[in-house]
Design a protein around this ligand. Structure first.
Ligand code: NDP
Length: 448
């Protein structure tokens, strides 16, 4: 799809000049603006008040030095980021990513996506994202703690329960959130719900750990059901083996699917009998080990070195849950040729533009990340509510709310797509539905 609207083109051209070295960010913005054309054409106020020009510029970007000492006594330095993208509908909200590939472009693309995702949840949360190029792999617990304490020693002055509430993402799970929370509390001398994904003993929400993976499957299930399909008897391939992937496996299996392959950044495993998520939990959550050790538990399974080959495995449903741009045009075509009926994104922006074009041309179901993986941040929103109320809800209560939110997101995307003449295009529907609430809040708040 190419943009015709002159206003949108001028914003995009300006953005490309100012951010020429940020390919992931430009990719994410282009994908959204392509869908917004009928909305901008239909309501001149968005152009008159330059809503798009303001939306693509973060409200604030913080970049900082993170010095820490490793176990050998050497002083190491990493770069930290927090991009506070948009606060029109609530405090900035979005995860922290610790991975060597983190740079400003990656954090900006994630922060931009987060604006629309958070809007889709219907909860009052603005968009933000942060992280560092620190690599947690192979680090001791003490090193992770020293890094997190140093990171928070700068970040604490920019965040707060009514300002900006970070959470986890790649490389940031319960252990890291604990260290970050402890340091924030110490520096501010206050206990507050400033982070989500906290442990259950100090303000965390039941079902937050499972939420993104479960939510992905609730969304996919609603989408499949609306089209006379279900997970029942379907072969499912899940990339990644982290937080999102593990609980996507569990829920897809509960819904009647069989997960036959999973991966990490080194390679993938294939087990035609179905991969038990509990084995992956032991390998990844307890032992922090590599996926190839699955063969120690299930010797009949197969391990293949290199992660991208996972998309050559014939399956009915693909759930990419690892990282951005993990499915390119070629992989998408392979999935389609092998009979895949739907791709539902657990990771953020896992499909390249060429992959998305291939899905659209083949007419398969496509659940875009900002809708399909919104369950994590939605449940973080529920954690914020519980912290404010000083109450803890039961697992069932949170899980039921999550399911309702994900079904609501599917319906909102389908309705928006239909209203703007693109019935069935859930990708466009997600962008439009997410945009409208934020844009209308920005209009109401004047030029700011
Ligand atoms: P984890 O760190 O728990 O797991 C990430 C998984 O993806 C690991 O298996 C990792 O393998 C693999 N992976 C990471 N980077 C790469 C890479 N460059 N190439 C291949 N594989 C890679 O992260 P999460 O499960 O939390 O996040 C996964 C995705 O889901 C991300 O895109 C994240 O932004 C998105 N997401 C997460 C949410 C959450 O609540 N956690 C919410 C919404 C979206 P290895 O161990 O080898 O690095």
């Amino acid at each position: 799809m190419s943009i015709q609207n002159k206003y949108l083109l001028s914003v995009l051209d300006g953005l490309k000049v100012r951010n020429a070295h940020e390919p992931e960010f430009l990719q994410a913005v282009t994908e959204v603006l392509e869908s917004l054309e009928p909305v901008i054409d239909a309501d001149p106020r968005y152009e008159k008040m330059n809503i798009i020009g303001r939306l693509v510029e973060p409200e604030r970007v913080v970049m900082f030095r993170v010095p820490w000492t490793d176990d050998a006594g050497n002083v190491q330095v990493n770069r930290g980021y927090r991009v506070q993208f948009n606060s029109a509908i609530g405090p900035y909200k979005g995860g922290l990513r610790l991975h060597p590939t983190v740079n400003l472009s990656v954090i900006k693309f994630l922060g931009f996506e987060q604006i629309f995702k958070n809007s889709l949840t219907t909860l009052p949360m603005g968009g933000g994202k942060g992280g560092s190029d620190f690599d947690p792999k192979g680090k001791s617990d003490a090193e992770i703690m020293r890094f997190c304490q140093s990171f928070m020693t700068e970040l604490f002055r920019h965040i707060g329960p009514d300002t900006d509430v970070p959470a986890g993402d790649i490389g940031v799970g319960g252990r890291e959130i604990g260290f970050l929370f402890g340091q924030y509390k110490r520096l501010r001398n206050e206990w507050s719900g400033v982070l989500t994904g906290k442990g259950l003993t100090y303000g965390g929400s039941l079902a937050r750990t499972q939420a993104t993976g479960y939510g992905l499957c609730y969304f996919a299930n609603a989408y499949l059901k609306a089209n006379g399909q279900s997970f029942e008897g379907k072969k499912v391939v899940v990339s990644g083996s982290g937080n999102v992937a593990i609980y996507a496996n569990q829920k897809a299996t509960q819904l009647g699917g069989k997960v036959i392959a999973m991966s990490d950044s080194n390679g993938y495993i294939v087990d035609e009998n179905g991969i038990d998520y509990k084995v992956i939990q032991v390998i990844k959550e307890q032992k922090r080990d590599r996926i190839k050790t699955y063969l120690n538990y299930v010797p009949t399974a197969k391990y293949v070195e290199g992660c991208s080959g996972i998309w050559s495995i014939p399956c009915d449903i693909a759930l990419p849950c690892a990282t951005q741009n993990e499915i390119n045009g070629e992989s998408a075509k392979m999935l389609i040729a092998n009979g895949c009926i739907g791709v539902f994104e657990g990771a953020n922006m896992p499909s390249t533009p060429e992959a998305i074009t291939a899905y659209q041309e083949a007419g398969i179901f496509f659940g875009p990340a900002k809708a399909a993986n919104a369950g994590g941040v939605a449940t973080s929103g529920l954690e914020m509510s519980q912290n404010s109320e000083r109450l803890s809800w039961s697992f069932e209560e949170v899980d039921n709310k999550l399911k309702g939110i994900m079904e609501g997101i599917y319906a909102a995307c389908a309705d928006a797509a239909e209203k703007y003449g693109m019935a069935g295009n859930i990708q466009a529907g997600a962008n439009i539905a997410g945009f409208l609430k934020v844009a209308d809040a920005m209009l109401a708040q004047g030029v700011c």
